[in-house]
Ligand binder design. Sequence first.
Ligand SMILES: Cc1cc2nc3c(=O)[nH]c(=O)nc-3n(C[C@H](O)[C@H](O)[C@H](O)COP(=O)(O)OP(=O)(O)OC[C@H]3O[C@@H](n4cnc5c(N)ncnc54)[C@H](O)[C@@H]3O)c2cc1C
Length: 416
Amino acid sequence: MQNYSLLSIAKHALSGHRHWQPAWRNPEPKPHYDVVIVGGGGHGLATAYYLAKNHGITNVAVLEKGWLGGGNTGRNTTVVRSNYFYPESTRFFDHSLKLYEGLSRELNYNLMLSQGGVTNLAHSRHDMEMFERWSNALQLQGVDAEMLTTEQIQDRFPLLDTSPEARYPVWGGFIQHRGGVVRHDAVAWGYARAASALGVDIIQNCEVTDIVQSADRIQGVQTSRGQIRTDKLALCVAGHSTVLAAKVGLPLPISSQPLQAMVSEPVKPVLNGMVISPIVHAYVSQSDRGEILLGGGADRYPSYGQRGNYPLIEETVAAMLGLFPSFSRLKLMRQWAGIVDITPDTSPIMGLTPITGLYLSGGWGTGGFKAIPAGGDTMAYTIANNRPHELIEPFGLERFVTGALVDEGAASGVAH
Ligand SMILES: Cc1cc2nc3c(=O)[nH]c(=O)nc-3n(C[C@H](O)[C@H](O)[C@H](O)COP(=O)(O)OP(=O)(O)OC[C@H]3O[C@@H](n4cnc5c(N)ncnc54)[C@H](O)[C@@H]3O)c2cc1C
């Protein structure tokens, strides 16, 4: 793999940057792989990378129907944090955040991790009580969380309306200082480049159209570029999880819904980190380019249209203006949506399935970007050893039969 460094930039500058190697190879699909991963988003690519790096399994293909990161991985609002509520979730998401903290160096790819803090706003005494319980739970699990007063929040976000007449009065809140943002495309590209260098075949424009199985055992996949044989198949297809699982008659408790985001025209720095109001249903950050990035809740009906509906845009903008009235003078520049895979308890579904050789990494819903490193690491372990990694045992499909749900609605809801 070509090393990226200041020296290599300087060297390539001498030849007008015309001789950089492509970041990853572009191979033709082979007839057989030890592991086939469907979906070239963050989870598929990270799983492939850790299979090769941690388990020495390199005869692996990642099949992507479009382009790398063209799904939710390249459409999200880039928030990373580990302030979930239940120990199962916090352990998993903190493992992910720790991996993110060293990932630029490991992949030799600048992921632009910026840990400017993630602040949750409380708008009533009851919110404050909940936040105290939440941040205490986090501290007990060794995750950083600090309660903030209204004055401390005002210092961080001078444009936030904290006056007594505010539409949404701010009673205080809590912050995870290690939370922040990561450049989303870079996560896909960084993993793709490193996986490809280890021997993984990354095949774009290759849609999986059917799954071949016999006697409840995976045999391979039918794709738009021919049949590929494998006895280990991992589905990492987010909003299309139910579509592909239906090919082998496996029903999943997942609903596919659009989730929107939007950005304003760029302005000078006005926000100190990311701020979220789970109650008002909006969150805001500022990109390095100065755009105000705005997100809210998911559209309320299932759809595969990556557009989103107008009422939700209005609802999200109105919520944001209730918090930051002066943003009413900004122009919205772009809006988009991705199709997120929401489970009843808003926790992921990861691990083995009742079909031998079929593995699932889905149900990431509105918050799976922050989970990409841990998702890849633990899925690779699960595929290599054919048993779930201990961190993902609570997130198996069987919890919908046993009833052992991990209900993270409050922590994973709008606070992506
Ligand atoms: C607007 C928005 C904001 C979000 N904000 C955040 C956030 O701030 N923080 C956070 O943690 N999470 C956030 N998320 C969620 C996060 O983006 C996703 O959970 C995560 O990216 C899922 O990654 P993935 O690899 O599973 O899926 P994807 O990145 O969607 O990749 C799946 C891939 O599978 C491919 N595919 C589908 N079907 C087939 C097929 N038949 N054959 C071949 N390929 C196929 C798709 O083309 C796609 O590229 C947000 C999502 C959206 C939409």
